[in-house]
Design a binder for this molecule. Structure first.
Ligand SMILES: C[S@@+](CC[C@H](N)C(=O)[O-])C[C@H]1O[C@@H](n2cnc3c(N)ncnc32)[C@H](O)[C@@H]1O
Length: 223
């Protein structure tokens, strides 16, 4: 097979079938989102499996997600939680949030998931006022221009050992282009510079290919 999107799709499908797992509740969430015309920009099944493994590796009980969309990643994250665990997931679009809430309920995870509607830059301070956290794992997957802001907030609401994962940082390789005119790319570059200057974390970025094309994620652990 050649190097291209067809191959990336085929490999993701194979890994999905063999290792990542899929079931009715996940398919139901994807179908409901597609039927409602939501963009199909959820994480891939192999990425979802990695997030679940990360939740378990750090024994995360308190998980925060920014960017719920139709609830696909929220269902996977919530399923990886231990007894007594909780996922708070933030979504700015009220229609998406309603749809996600319904899918999460149908998946039997309503009690574990607290979905907050509103722009994350507004819902995060509200969470801080409530005194929630620290979070053991934060998954940043909302509006990409704000990833550095979300990272800074997450770091201030983590504990030593916590993980912070930010998706879509490589952006077809534009991450390496300092002259990029794309504000989302410039935000990922700022994220990297902030990480480099931040003594409180150890971080790296992994490039990926897959059903979502060429991209990558940053993973940081709080020291
Ligand atoms: C890439 S999608 C999330 C996909 C989801 N994590 C998954 O894998 O199933 C990004 C989501 O972030 C939401 N979003 C955009 N701007 C936001 C903001 N300021 N605050 C919270 N959510 C936002 C979008 O509406 C969209 O649903």
């Amino acid at each position: 097979m050649g190097l291209g999107q067809e191959t990336f799709d085929a490999v993701d499908a194979f890994v999905g079938e063999t290792l990542a797992g899929h079931d009715e509740a996940l398919q139901d969430a994807l179908d409901a989102a597609a039927a409602a015309g939501l963009p199909q920009i959820q994480i891939s099944p192999p990425q979802g499996k990695l997030l679940q493994m990360l939740v378990r590796m750090v024994g995360a009980k308190a998980v925060l997600e920014l960017g719920t969309l139709g609830g696909y990643s929220a269902i996977l994250l919530a399923r990886a939680l231990p007894e007594g665990g909780r996922l708070i997931t933030l979504e700015s679009n009220a229609e998406y949030a309603a749809l996600a809430r319904a899918s999460i309920e149908r998946a039997g995870l309503g009690d574990l998931v607290d979905l907050r509607v509103g722009p994350a830059l507004e819902t995060l301070p509200a969470l801080a006022d409530e005194g929630v956290g620290p979070f053991d794992l934060t998954f940043i997957d909302a509006d990409k221009v704000n990833t550095p802001n979300y990272f800074a907030w997450a770091l201030d609401h983590s504990r030593p050992g916590s993980l912070i994962v930010a998706d879509n940082v490589v952006r077809d390789g534009s991450l390496a282009d300092g002259a990029s005119a794309d504000p989302a790319t410039q935000a990922q570059r700022r994220l990297h510079l902030a990480l480099a200057a931040e003594p409180r974390v150890t971080a790296t970025t992994i490039q990926t290919v897959g059903s979502k094309g060429y991209d990558g994620f940053t993973i940081a652990q709080v020291n």
